[in-house]
Design a protein around this ligand. Structure first.
Ligand SMILES: *Cc1c(COP(=O)(O)O)cnc(C)c1O
Length: 462
């Protein structure tokens, strides 16, 4: 195969080809990058020829040039797309864990952009003219909204659980009801995170029933925490009993020892009325010592873990070495502050999660009509059937709540449902539809008005 080597074109021969000019104009990629790619492609071909893995029989220079341009176009096309990219969520699931959970509010996005592109007072106290703390930037608004004594923010709720257990219960016992030993999203288990933290898990009660006396009998000198976990992603029904936070608080007072910690999961700051999601200020009023929850579930902010509770405990957590490991960045703080301000000002309709949850079918209908009319204007190959259905909140929040919605079942004269589903998913921008039996459904609860022209384009160019 070594004799093929002399057929390999030189880099400058490729650069002189008219296809190179076309490619340069189409993709707007600098000459230096393109030259590097050509060099790499030619290098790979040479390697294949030398080690005998080159497949083509007696390649001519012309055939090799064609091959190089095919590779170069593929590389340029791949480069044009970002790996992290927009997806139009047509599933109707508002907090889709695979699609990045909550969308940020306009104000939160603006603050992220401002903070990302500029210097900020992240760790500088402008009033005092000295080094400041990033914790302080967010603490006052969190305590104002929730009534907590003190607050802290870490990377996500899993990090919050880990930090709390590690800092407050290392090598000591944490009592949890068997019915609350949850697994979330396949990768987060209370029992595993507990093990990692060095806290000793003490399970009490049974899967369906746990009583206060189960906790009481398990308390000893080694008990550090009585823990409650909000079982937000499933529902046990029938013959059940769980111990309420109030009862644990009373029990802890009686034994003058352990802390009460509740992992709230979602952490609603807004009273959704639907479902039985407790509101954060109410949970704090029960007298629990510490709670934690996610920033990007029902709260509708960026990925974060919010910890609220007693001042002395929060001081202990902030001083812990792990606090530095689990800290949030400036963009997260900027987005979280802006989101919390919407709550502080009672402007919760600014928050997409809350807005999407309260959308009426009349409003959803407007989006459906705009989409259907847009596609019909340009293409006669689609058939649409508008149906009543329900959407879910997702993200392991309020699984029992179903919101009335409208979905469009889409059919195409030449494409099977699977082909429609796959093409929508793999095109630009990607569209993730809902599958139900052999139907492809679009739930317009999670498709914004701004996305409708993009969606119409996807359908007319499929
Ligand atoms: C979602 C959830 C977590 C994990 O939160 P992340 O912010 O995803 O890390 C932990 N505990 C409970 C109960 C949850 O619902």
């Amino acid at each position: 195969m070594k004799e093929y080597l002399r057929e390999l074109p030189a880099i400058h021969a490729i650069q002189k080809d008219h296809r190179f000019t076309v490619l340069q104009e189409e993709y707007d990629i600098p000459l230096s990058a393109l030259t590097k790619w050509i060099r790499n492609i030619i290098h790979d071909i040479r390697e294949q020829m030398l080690n005998g893995s080159w497949q083509q029989e007696s390649p001519t220079t012309i055939a090799l040039e064609d091959h190089i341009f095919t590779m170069l176009n593929q590389k340029a096309e791949a480069f044009r797309q970002h790996n992290v990219r927009q997806v139009i969520n047509a599933t109707g699931t508002i907090l889709h864990t695979n699609l990045g959970r909550a969308r940020l509010s306009q104000k939160a996005m603006e603050q992220v952009v401002l903070t990302a592109g500029n210097y900020s007072n992240l760790e500088y106290d402008l009033e005092q003219g000295q080094r400041g703390s990033r914790h302080q930037l967010i603490e006052s608004i969190l305590t104002e909204i929730t009534g907590a004594e003190a607050a802290m923010v870490v990377n996500n709720n899993a990090a919050a659980v880990y930090l709390i257990l590690r800092a407050l219960a290392h090598e000591r016992e944490v009592i949890v009801s068997r019915g609350e030993l949850v697994e979330i999203g396949g990768s987060f288990r209370i029992s595993s995170i507990m093990e990692e933290s060095g806290a000793i898990l003490k399970e009490v009660g049974t899967t369906n029933k746990t009583h206060v006396y189960d906790f009481e009998q398990a308390i000893n000198d080694e008990t550090a925490i009585l823990m409650k976990v909000h079982t937000s992603n499933f529902k046990t029904i029938g013959f059940t009993n769980s111990v309420q936070a109030e009862e644990l608080v009373e029990l802890a007072r009686k034994h003058r020892a352990p802390l009460i910690y509740e992992d709230l999961g979602s952490g609603a700051l807004y009273d959704f009325e639907a479902g039985d999601e407790p509101v954060v200020p109410d949970v704090l009023k029960t007298g629990v010592d510490i709670i934690s929850f996610s920033g990007d579930k029902l709260l509708g902010g960026p990925q974060a873990g919010i910890i609220l509770g007693r001042q002395d405990l929060m001081d202990q957590l902030k001083r812990h070495q792990l606090a530095r490991v689990l800290r949030v960045d400036k963009m997260t703080l900027a987005a979280l502050e802006a989101t919390l301000k919407s709550y502080a000002a009672d402007n919760t309709e600014e928050i997409p999660v809350i807005r999407d949850m309260s959308l009426s079918t009349t409003e959803i209908r407007k989006r459906v009509d705009a989409f259907v009319a847009g596609v019909r204007e340009k293409s006669g190959d689609w058939h649409f059937d508008i149906q009543d259905d329900t959407s879910q909140i997702g993200g392991g929040s309020m699984p029992e709540v179903e919101m009335a919605t409208l979905v469009v079942a889409v059919c195409h004269t030449d494409l099977s449902p699977q082909q429609i589903f796959d093409r929508l998913r793999t095109g630009q921008p990607a569209v993730l539809a809902r599958r139900k039996y052999d139907q492809v459904l679009l739930d317009f609860r999670t498709i914004t008005e701004e996305e409708i022209p993009l969606l119409v384009d996807r359908f007319t160019n499929i």
